[in-house]
Design a protein. Structure first.
Length: 580
C-alpha cells in the first residue's frame, strides 16, 4: 500500500474547525500565515510518506528486541527518527525560549496525525514527548526547564510517562514506587527512586542518546491514595549542570510486552533503583504529582483520540485501494454480467462511505478541540472549559470510531483481510489499544458524566450542545440529537443517581461526540458552499457529510434510551450469577 497524506482534508479542518486564520490574528500565532500552514501540512505529508510509512509493515513483522537491557529496532528507524528531529518537526509548537516555534497546537496536531496515519506505532515516540514537555513547561523549575526542555522540544531527547504498576492498573493512587530524599553528597536535594513500572511506551530504545522519564512515586510519609503522589524527572543518562551527559542512571528495561498490535513500539517493564542508585528530581511540590499528571494526560488523551483518526485514515486508504483493484462478481441488476471491481457493489460502497464519513467526522472533531486548546493558550477561559469537556469525547468516540473503521476495512477485503499479508489486519490490531490506554473509554465516559458534567453546574456542556444545535438549523436530525443530548444531561444532573449516570455514561458520550462531530462536519460543507475555502479542498465533502447526518446521527440518537435506562437492571444478578 502507498500512503497518501490527507492534506486537503486537514487544511479544510484547520481552516474551518480549528479556525487557524483567527488564531493567526493574535500576536503569539502571527507566524501561522496561510503559506506557512500549507507548507507544514504538505511538508509533513511528504516526510511521512517517504520516511515513516515504509517502516510501518517492517515494524509490525520485525518488532524491537530486548537483550541484556538493550532494545534494538530494525534498520531504518534510527535514521527516520534522526531526520524527524533534524528537520524540526518536533519543535513546531514548542516554546520559543526553548528552541520551539510557538506555532498553534493545531499545527502540531496535524503533524502527529499525518505521521500516525503513516505509522501509528512509531508516532507514539514523539507523542509521549509532548506530554513530558507540557509537564515540565507548566510545573518544572527554571533549572529543569533550562536543562531538559531544549532537547525535549527538538526531540533529540524523547520523553516517557511512567504511571502504571503491576498491582495498580488504572488506580494510580495505589502505586508503590518510592522516592527517598538525598540529604548529602553530589545528589543532595534529589531523590532515590525505587520501583517497577509497566506498560511504559518507548521506555527503552537506541534511537536517541538519552530518554527523559517522568515517574510518579511516593515520598516518605506521603498521604495515602492519589493525594500522596509526586512527580519526578528521571533521565536514562544523568545530565550534568552544563547540559552534558554524565553516567548511566540506575534504571533498566526488564522486558518488552508481547502485544496484539503496535509492535514497533516497545512497551516496556521498567525497573528503577535495582542498585539503590536511581536519581530523580522532584517536579513541582511533593504530593502535587496528580496535578502535573493531568497536565500530561489531557494532551495525551487528545492525541490518543487522534490515533483513532490516524488508524481510520490508514485503514480507509487500504480498503479503497483494494476495492478498486479487486474484481469479483457482476453488478446486481446489470444486463452486463461481466465481473466488476468490488467498489461497484452497493454494500461495499456503503462500507467505504461509512469509513470515510467516520474518519472525516473524527478529524473535524479533533481539529475543533485543538482550536479550542489554542484559544485557551491565548487566555480564553471559555475555550479552556470547552476543551476540557471535549477531551473525553474525542478520546472515547474517536478511538471507538477508529476500531470500527479498521474492522470495516478488514471486512471490505473479505477473506483476504483475515490474511496478514494484505496488511488490513495490522490496522485492526493496532487500533485496539487506543480505547484502553491513557484511561479506558469507560473511564472517559465516567469523567464526562461526573467532573465534566459538573463544570459550572452543567453550563459548559449544555452551552456546547446548544451551539451544536444552533449550527444544525439546516440538519433536523442533528439538531434533534443535540436536544436529546441536552435532555439526558439535565436528567443526569437533576434526577439520576451516580450509578444511573455511570450506567448510561458510554452511550451518552457517543451521543455527544457524534452531535459535535456532525456539527463540525456540517460546518465544513457549509463553508465550501459559501466559497470560504478552495473548491478543491474536499471534493467529496458534501456527500460524506450527508452520509454522516443521514446514517451516523440517527444511530447515535437511538442510544438515548440506553443512556437513560439507569443501573437497576445491571444489578438484578449478583456477581456469581452474572459470571456463571
Amino acid at each position: 500500500m502507498t500512503f497518501t497524506p490527507p492534506s486537503a482534508d486537514q487544511l479544510l479542518a484547520l481552516a474551518v474547525n480549528a479556525g487557524i486564520a483567527d488564531l493567526a490574528a493574535h500576536e503569539r500565532f502571527a507566524a501561522a500565515s496561510p503559506d506557512l500552514v500549507s507548507a507544514i501540512v504538505e511538508g509533513i505529508g511528504a516526510f511521512a510518506a517517504g520516511e515513516w510509512a515504509p517502516l510501518n509493515r517492517l515494524g509490525d513483522v520485525s518488532p524491537p528486541v530486548a537483550r541484556n537491557g538493550v532494545v534494538t529496532h530494525p534498520d531504518g528507524f534510527a535514521r527516520a527518527y534522526r531526520a524527524y528531529v533534524e528537520q524540526g518537526w518536533n519543535a513546531v509548537s514548542g516554546p520559543v525560549e526553548h528552541g520551539g516555534q510557538s506555532l498553534p497546537l493545531s499545527l502540531a496536531a496535524c503533524i502527529q496525525e499525518t505521521l500516525g496515519a503513516a505509522n501509528m506505532a512509531f508516532t507514539l515516540l514523539p507523542m509521549l514527548t509532548v506530554g513530558a514537555i507540557e509537564a515540565l513547561a507548566h510545573h518544572g523549575s527554571a533549572a529543569q526547564q533550562r536543562l531538559y526542555l531544549p532537547r525535549l522540544v527538538s526531540g533529540e531527547w524523547p520523553g516517557t510517562m511512567n504511571l502504571t504498576e503491576p498491582q495498580a492498573g488504572s488506580d494510580v493512587g495505589a502505586l508503590r514506587t518510592s522516592a527517598m530524599p538525598i540529604t548529602d553528597g553530589p545528589h543532595a536535594g534529589k531523590y532515590r527512586i525505587k520501583g517497577t513500572k509497566i506498560f511504559i511506551t518507548w521506555g527503552e530504545h537506541q534511537l536517541a542518546e538519552n530518554i527523559i522519564h517522568l515517574v510518579l512515586a511516593r515520598t516518605p510519609g506521603a498521604p495515602a491514595g492519589s493525594r500522596g503522589i509526586s512527580l519526578f524527572v528521571v533521565p536514562k543518562v544523568l545530565v550534568n549542570a552544563d547540559g552534558s551527559l554524565g553516567p548511566r542512571n540506575d534504571l533498566k528495561v526488564v522486558s518488552i510486552e508481547h502485544k496484539l498490535g503496535i509492535h514497533a513500539s516497545p512497551t516496556c517493564v521498567m525497573s528503577y533503583g535495582d542498585n539503590d542508585q536511581c536519581i530523580g528530581e522532584l517536579v513541582g511540590a511533593e504530593n502535587a504529582g496528580l496535578k502535573a499528571m493531568f497536565t500530561m494526560m489531557n494532551a495525551a488523551r487528545i492525541n490518543v483520540g487522534s490515533q483513532g483518526v490516524q488508524i481510520a485514515e490508514g485503514a480507509l486508504q487500504q480498503a479503497m485501494a483494494y476495492a478498486r483493484q479487486r474484481v469479483q462478481g457482476a453488478r446486481a441488476g446489470s444486463p452486463d454480467r461481466a465481473p466488476v471491481a468490488i467498489i461497484e457493489h452497493p454494500d461495499v460502497r456503503r462500507m467505504l462511505l461509512r469509513m470515510r464519513a467516520l474518519t472525516q467526522g473524527g478529524r473535524a472533531l479533533l481539529y475543533y478541540i485543538w482550536g479550542q486548546a489554542d484559544r485557551a493558550a491565548l487566555g480564553d477561559d471559555a475555550a479552556s472549559a470547552r476543551a476540557d469537556v471535549l477531551v473525553p469525547l474525542i478520546k472515547a468516540w474517536g478511538t471507538d470510531m477508529g476500531c470500527e473503521v479498521a474492522s470495516l476495512g478488514l471486512q471490505v477485503h473479505g477473506g483476504m483481510g483475515y490474511i496478514e499479508e494484505t496488511g488490513a489486519a495490522q490496522f485492526f490490531r493496532d487500533a485496539r489499544i487506543a480505547p484502553i490506554y491513557e484511561g479506558t473509554n469507560g473511564i472517559q465516559a465516567a469523567d464526562l458524566v461526573t467532573r465534566k458534567l459538573g463544570m459550572e453546574q452543567g453550563a459548559v456542556l449544555l452551552a456546547l450542545l446548544a451551539d451544536a444545535g444552533a449550527g444544525a438549523a439546516q440538519a433536523p436530525r442533528l439538531a434533534a440529537l443535540a436536544r436529546d443530548c441536552a435532555e439526558v444531561a439535565r436528567w443526569m444532573s437533576a434526577e439520576a443517581s451516580l450509578d444511573d449516570r455511570l450506567a448510561g455514561s458510554v452511550p451518552f458520550t457517543t451521543m455527544c461526540a457524534v452531535a459535535v462531530a456532525g456539527w463540525q462536519l456540517l460546518r465544513q460543507a457549509e463553508a465550501m458552499d459559501r466559497g470560504e475555502v478552495p473548491a478543491g479542498a474536499a471534493a467529496t465533502k458534501r456527500v460524506t457529510a450527508r452520509f454522516f447526518l443521514d446514517h451516523i446521527v440517527p444511530e447515535a440518537a437511538g442510544l438515548k434510551a440506553s443512556a437513560m435506562a439507569g443501573a437497576n437492571l445491571l444489578y438484578q444478578l449478583d456477581a456469581e450469577d452474572l459470571a456463571s
